[in-house]
Design a binder for this molecule. Sequence first.
Ligand code: MET
Length: 558
Amino acid sequence: APPASPADKPYYVTTPIFYVNAAPHLGHMYSMVLADVFKRWQTLLGNRAILCTGTDEHGIKVQQAAALHDMDPKEFCDENAEKFDELAQLSRIDYDRFIRTTDEDHIQAVRHFWYLLREKGLVYEKKHGGWYSVSDECFYPESQLVRHLEPYTGAVYMASAETRNKVEWVEEKNYCFRLTELKGALLNFYEKNPGWVEPAYRMNEVVDWVKNNLEDLSISRPVQRLTWGIRTPDDPSQTIYVWVDALINYLTAARVPSLGPDESSLGGWPADVQVIGKDILRFHCIYWPALLMALDLPLPKKMLVHSHWTLNKRKMSKSLGNVVNPLYAINRWGVDTVRFYLLFEGGIADDADYSNNTLVVKYKKYLQWGFGNLLGRVTRSKLWNLREIVVNAGAKEVPSGAQRSTPIQEAAEGFEKVLADLAPTVARHMEQLNPVAAIRQIMEAGGQVNEFLTQTQPWSLVKSTDPEVKENAERVLFMAAESLRISGILLQPFLPDKAAKLLDTLGVAQDVRTFAHAVPRCDFGYGVPAVNPGRCRDDSLFPPLIEDTDVSYHGSFK
Ligand code: MET
């Protein structure tokens, strides 16, 4: 098939692919949810978008974990990849491909990439000696090491200054990639594209490393040390370095033409946004662009680097026992509540501290009392019928503020402006890859409507025999309904299930739930007669959370 034209290129979002040596944790869910919101946002805008996530299955770390479990590595990976896929599905990640580095097409792509790199003359063979960390799956330059003292055992060993993980000296034949030759090109690229990394301040770390620590990159290991990986195609005594193997996954799914024809290609390269955690910044912002530059391939357009979730302000770690199991959280609170909490509380620029307590507080404030309560107020009153309100509003001209206006008219007008501004503001935040600001903006709008209703008290006016009073009250109620409809539309990428249910409850048709419809007075087809009139709070959308379990419990890993 001819290569897709640039106009056909879908918006392409990726998550890191996750090591399968241990069970998924909250951080994995966070990366996936961020990527998912970016994809769904594009879909909402009417653009074709694709999302890839998956698992990183080769390397010494996974090889050792499989051995520890006394399992065949592939069986071990099958079992664990399944858990990540399960997490993706339970988190409502709308992925187009769940890629595994043991997939046949990926293995082919990596081999092909290897040949291309060799052809460019950028690979050489050498006896390489260096400090390797199995946990981090990388070599560290001497300048980045510290002597580490184990507090309990008193053992002293060399460790990475950054991760505190143990390193060991290895000397072996490796193939090396002439990374240092690309130093100038990298620095030039960073200088020309200061916004490439989001948040931008992370760029300093990248530039600093390239200036001060750049060395050629060892890209293979002797088979004796690393059997669990992709053999270098031209030398059976070596296995390809797991990070090179892993990074190429982003191309496998998108299938750039130079990596061979593929009918099942999703297209998409270059990626529009690659979501990564701050711990893998160097691999994605130095090695990855360098490898792409080496083959003259386009670079990803944006890297979104998020921070970590802590528990009790400490890095989650199994040995400390302060780890949140995302499957437990989803099961306990519901998927959209967890998505809401993760997105609302941030964790992009700075680390965020996970707390069940805060989750409950925010849920009550914004979802239960904000949107749930409002939905009940608007759709379940004995005093009016939402369908009639919408029809009556639709039958009228857009009121102009020109005539003499009463306070209630002024309030309605002011509120309508706020509402008209919501979608463009949220869109601006999303363009800047700031879903935290975006969701907060929507949540604030929920609070504003409740205030607006309290201020205007339409329930006491809507039955008035004075047609003008009645009309004003209807306008207020229509604006409240509009705010729910618009927020519901905008919330779809963030809380897909709850947003759909909100729009269903309002009776909004499926084909008018796009971004273009997120403006006041463009849909007069919704509104359903109240089910259960008089029961105000809508408990079915945001039911009270069950708080009887220990708030400090976050699930175990079995
Ligand atoms: N497996 C790595 C990690 O989990 C990410 C690889 S992304 C190409 O940190």
